[in-house]
Every structure is written in structure tokens, then in C-alpha cells.
Write a protein that binds this ligand. Sequence first.
Ligand SMILES: CC(C)=CCC/C(C)=C/CC/C(C)=C/C=C/C(C)=C/C=C/C=C(C)/C=C/C=C(C)/C=C/C=C(C)/C=C/CC(C)(C)O
Ligand SMILES: C[S@@+](CC[C@H](N)C(=O)[O-])C[C@H]1O[C@@H](n2cnc3c(N)ncnc32)[C@H](O)[C@@H]1O
Length: 382
Amino acid sequence: MKDVDISLPPPALPRGALRPAGWFTRLVASRRFQKWAARFPLTRRIVKSEGEAMFDLVAGFCHSQILQAFVRFDMPRLLLANEMSVEALAMELDVPQDRMAVLLSAAVAIGLLKRRRSGRYALTTRGAALAGVPGLRGMIDHHDVLYRDLADPVAFFRGEVTTELAGFWPYVFGAGGATDPETAAIYSQLMADSQALVAEDTLAMVGLSESRNILDVGGGTGAFLAAVGAAHPHLHLTLFDLPAVAPAAAQRFDAAGLSDRVTIVPGSFRDDPLPQGADIISLIRVLYDHADETVIALLKAAHDALPAGGRILISEPMTGGDSPQRAGDAYFALYCMAMRTGRARSQSEIAALLSQAGFEEIQIPRSRRAFITSVVTGVRKS
Ligand SMILES: CC(C)=CCC/C(C)=C/CC/C(C)=C/C=C/C(C)=C/C=C/C=C(C)/C=C/C=C(C)/C=C/C=C(C)/C=C/CC(C)(C)O
Ligand SMILES: C[S@@+](CC[C@H](N)C(=O)[O-])C[C@H]1O[C@@H](n2cnc3c(N)ncnc32)[C@H](O)[C@@H]1O
């Protein structure tokens, strides 16, 4: 592993870029203070809880691997059917019994399983909830790719890693990359599965009762529009996505009985004009795949395609901006960095891009669950 030398300041920093750490920070970093605080009655509980929190950060990568084993062994499904003993699980999953016992205790320790007096293992609330969150198991399953990309984090943050994740989602490279319908179908399914909660939270934050015609740009295989169609029977639905992706939406709309309310327009927002006629345009988990120049061009195209009074709706996981958050800043920002084509943005950054594209009356509703999605909306005034 390469060491980073933090003792010397990098050359040519601007004035004011450095400031000595505060006295309290230096005190907490001293071993003498730590030893004293661990014994002193008023501070020892803080030392214990800070120590546990630190250990969780240190061991977080093991927790993720326990979670991935739990999912790959399909334990949520098995244990939803029956509570099982270590022997039964070891036999069913072809794992030596002593090693299975270690995995099961680890899963108990991180809150996924509980051990009954009988010795059998059962799902906890959290373990059972995992089984019911659409798309979550698929997302956990594909994390081996991101895990490899982050293996040398110093090189990763320096931009020296040719990340694998960028190849995992092949059609991110634009219309040119989206020529193989079979590959596109696999990735679109993972996107579509994970869309259910995004749609649920987005629709809880944005009212559509005044709208007539919604255009979902980069709408994938139509999971968001299907949810919109079910919640708002008066709306006409238009889906725009790449030619290798958009046609697959027809099946979903047929199955949902929505076909007579839907128009599917294949195309690329990089090369083709956006369809006209919508009074609201949604971009759900689209902007974070793209660089600022592409996003500005897309938002301007959306502005042009809307009538006066028309609305734009952006929904995707966002960073916390000035108040960094775990989901947005310690996960999605790294994920987007590994994708190499876009970046996670804060609600304020997206609001600024909307305003640059000509939108007004920008609203930033409070996120229901920032780990699922956040929303920004704007209006074309004239
Ligand atoms: C009341 C009681 C007693 C108990 C309640 C228990 C209960 C019901 C709990 C439920 C808890 C719950 C709802 C949990 C939900 C957890 C969720 C939703 C976790 C979600 C994690 C999602 C992740 C990790 C998703 C990551 C997705 C990513 C990174 C996708 C990125 C894709 C990109 C950028 C692809 C781009 C390529 C493309 C397609 C070309 O654009
Ligand atoms: C992360 S997915 C989101 C899909 C869907 N909105 C969702 O939330 O499930 C991004 C979508 O943008 C589409 N996309 C990427 N580049 C595009 C382009 N140049 N023109 C139209 N759609 C594009 C992809 O095909 C993909 O369906």
C-alpha cells in the first residue's frame, strides 16, 4: 500500500488554504489525553462510544462482505420460509459447518439474523426488510465491482484507477454504446427494480394533479411512468430513451394496461430533439450520469420543449452539499466517480444548473429518505 505523506504541505497552496488544527482537535489526538479520558467518569462513556464508532468505520468493509454473502447465499429467501439450524444451512449452502457458524454469528452481530434458544437462526426485522426492498439484493450483488474499483483508495481518489464499474452499465456512454438489446435488458431490469421506492418518494414530494402530459426523459423501461400512470389516471405519459432501451417499456405498459395513454419515443438527448407537448418533464436518476456541459444542454433542451408554465422535475440521490451526508457523499458520490461520466450533485447545485438553463420558481422539497432520492423542481415562466 502506498503511504501518503501528510507532514509536508503541498507546494503553491493559495493564501489562507492552511490553518493549524484547533487546540481541542490536537488534545483529542494525544495518547495521554485518550488514556486519561478513558478512565475519567465524565468522559469514559464518550471514549467508549467514539471507539465503537471508529471500529465500525475500520471494519465496515467486512460488514459489507458479510451482507454480500448473506444475499448471495439467498439467506433472506431461505429463512423467510423456515428458521434453520447451522447444520441445515451448512448442508443446504454447501459450506463447511464451522465456517457457516462464523458467518451466522457475524450476521447476528450486524443485525441481520437472530439466534433462537433452539439454536435455529431467524431473520431480524432488518434482515426481513431487506428481502422486501425491490432491487436491493441486485444492488448489493453488483457491489463486488465497486469494491474492486475502491481496492486502492488513494489511487482511486487520485484518478489513477481505470474503474470496472463504468463498463458494468454499458449504455452510459451514450447512444453509440447502447446497441446490444440483450445487455441493455439486464441492466435496465436492475434499474427498474430499484425504481419502485424512487417513484414512491418522488410522487410523495411532487403533486401532479394539475399536469396533463408528462415526458420522462431517460425513462428506462418505464417503471417510473408506470407508477405515475397508476397514481394519476388523468395523465398522458411519454417516454424518451435510447433506441436499445425504450422499446422494452412497451411490454411493461401493456401489462399495466397503460398502452393507450403512452407514447414511446426512442432517441438520444445528445443528438435528437426532445418530444414536444408535455407540460412536465421528469429526469429521474439521469443527471448524475453526465458531466455539467451535457446536463446544461439537456436542461436547456427541456426548457425549450416545455410551454410557459411547464415544470421540470429532477429526482435522484443527491449529496448534502455544505452538510455532507452518508448516502449522498460517502456512497453515491464515490459510485458516480467510479462511473467516470458524471457526478453526484447537491440540491443547490442542481437548482443552480436549472436556473442557468432558464428555469424559475425553483423548489427544493425536504427529502423523505435521502438514501432513496431527493427532488428539485423548476418552472419555465415564459
Ligand atoms: C415498523 C417496523 C417494526 C419495521 C419496519 C421495517 C421496514 C419495513 C424497513 C424497511 C426499510 C427500507 C425501506 C429500507 C430501504 C433501504 C434501501 C432502499 C436501501 C437502498 C440502497 C440502494 C442502493 C445501494 C442503490 C444504489 C444504486 C445505484 C448506485 C445505482 C446507480 C446506477 C447508475 C449510476 C447507473 C447508471 C448507468 C445507466 C443506467 C447507463 O444510466
Ligand atoms: C440511471 S438510468 C435511469 C433510468 C430510469 N429513469 C430510472 O430511474 O430507473 C439512466 C437512463 O438514461 C438513459 N440515457 C442515457 N443516455 C441517454 C441519452 N443520450 N438519451 C436518452 N436516454 C439516455 C439510459 O438508457 C437509462 O435508461
